[in-house]
Write a protein that binds this ligand. Structure first.
Ligand SMILES: [Zn+2]
Length: 429
């Protein structure tokens, strides 16, 4: 995605305060637009600054909010999700920094019942814009509004790529629920199978081989996230129901790695650190996703950085699908205290099976239409990240979700889209 056309744009940042933030945002924009940046003071192609003669004007309100550490979205966005300067002009670059880095989450203590940033109080909910890749749209406006840029870069239309993943929360499932399903469908064979599984303590939902076979059919690649902490967590949450070191699991992991695919850490809800859990994973895992998508910004990113995790893919709303940071591409979170970007790459999550089942309660057929519609709308300039849990891909209770996943794979395959591994992402962004 970070294809440079060999285009080098000389940029001058004509601002004293927050210049590191401006530089970071311009670098992020340059990656989107596909050019390299050289920062110079003499005869630049583009001047970014606060004065009238700047090519890209940064608003006073942006600089003031940053200096005041005021991240409350109500003070950034009034009528629409866009920062408007005192003279009525939009500050696109400032808006993009605020959105990409989830500053609204730093501006609130309010959390949902699981202790996560609550979609209900977000600007995405307020302006009904969670399904919009707003940042890409604003980046396009910056290009359109500048003659030099638009003649050099043209319109940005790069084919999207996909990141597919599976979090393995449980492998035994809820036999009672599944037996109830089998009984309701008068599926005696399935009922007997479930009873045998129960007696033999077979992991009914350890269907890694089935998932791999299915993905082979559609020529796509995926990544599997494993938990190393079992049992009850807190606030009504549970960790996994399996022992990562058991032979069942180790066989499944070998199967995945034997195909050149990667596994990652599914960080549990626990007091153990990322490093401690990575040690139990005994693996060359480069990436992480937090269980329940439970991340607190900026603390979680700081802890991942400390544990040398290279990539995270937790940044999504569990309550709805779409863009938690209004941007479609992976990015390096900006550390507001150290005033520099992290080494950690964040690959935001857009679509998760559980969102439709537990939160939106959409019928699977309708959810499939909604998902395909989202994919079609974002078939350019995005790394679309989807999560399907192993237990949603069995022939038991969630069998309609298996069909939903097949529809997604068909879309990817027929559209000729590329699927990426964590290593691909780390190397390309
Ligand atoms: Zn999980």
């Amino acid at each position: 995605m970070s294809i440079s056309k060999g285009l080098n744009i000389r940029t001058k940042i004509d601002l004293k305060e927050h210049s590191q933030i401006i530089k970071y945002t311009w670098d992020t924009f340059a990656q989107y637009a596909g050019f390299d940046c050289e920062y110079i003071d003499e005869s630049p192609d583009i001047i970014i600054g606060g004065s009238e003669n700047a090519d890209i004007k940064i608003s006073e309100i942006f600089l003031k909010n940053l200096s005041d550490k005021n991240y409350t979205h109500e003070d950034w966005f009034k009528e629409k999700p866009l920062l408007i300067a005192g003279d009525g002009q939009p500050d696109y670059l400032g808006t993009c920094f605020y959105m990409i880095n989830c500053l609204q989450e730093l501006g609130t203590e309010a959390k949902d019942k699981f202790g996560r940033f609550d979609y209900e109080i977000s600007y995405q909910k307020k302006f009904d814009c969670v399904k919009e890749n707003l940042v890409a749209g604003y980046f396009d406006k910056i290009i359109e509004g500048n003659k030099f840029l638009s003649s050099e870069t043209g319109k940005i239309t790069r084919k999207s790529k996909f990141f597919l993943s599976h979090d393995i929360d449980n492998i035994y499932g809820n036999t009672k629920l599944e037996a109830h399903h089998a009984a309701k469908c008068l599926n005696i064979g399935l009922l007997l199978q479930l009873m045998m599984n129960k007696i033999l303590h077979n992991p009914t939902n350890l269907n890694i081989n089935d998932i791999l076979k299915l993905e082979d059919e559609y020529q796509v690649r995926s990544t599997f996230y494993w938990m190393v902490v079992r049992g009850k967590a807190r606030d009504g949450m549970r960790n996994s129901d399996y022992n990562f070191n058991s032979s069942h699991i180790q066989k499944a992991v070998s199967l995945i790695k034997g195909r050149g695919l990667e596994i990652g850490l599914h960080k549990a809800i626990s007091d153990t650190s990322y490093s401690e859990e990575l040690k139990i994973l005994k693996n060359d895992a480069r990436s992480n996703r937090n269980h329940f998508l439970k991340i607190n910004l900026p603390d979680s990113f700081a802890k991942m950085e400390e544990a040398n995790i290279e990539m995270d893919c937790s940044l999504g709303f569990a309550q709805t699908y779409g863009f938690r940071n209004s941007y479609g591409l992976p990015y390096h979170p900006f550390d507001m205290d150290a005033e520099k970007p992290l080494k950690l790459l964040e690959v935001p999550l857009h679509i998760m099976d559980a969102t439709f089942y537990y939160y939106l309660k959409t019928r699977p057929e309708k959810a499939t239409i909604d998902i395909l519609d989202f994919l079609e709308k974002n078939k350019e300039n995005t790394v679309i990240s989807l999560l399907f849990h192993n237990n949603f891909l069995t022939k038991y209770k969630f069998k309609d979700y298996l069909q939903m996943y097949k529809s997604v794979l068909e879309y990817i395959h027929d559209g000729g889209f590329e699927t990426l591994t964590p290593t691909d992402l780390i190397e390309n962004f």
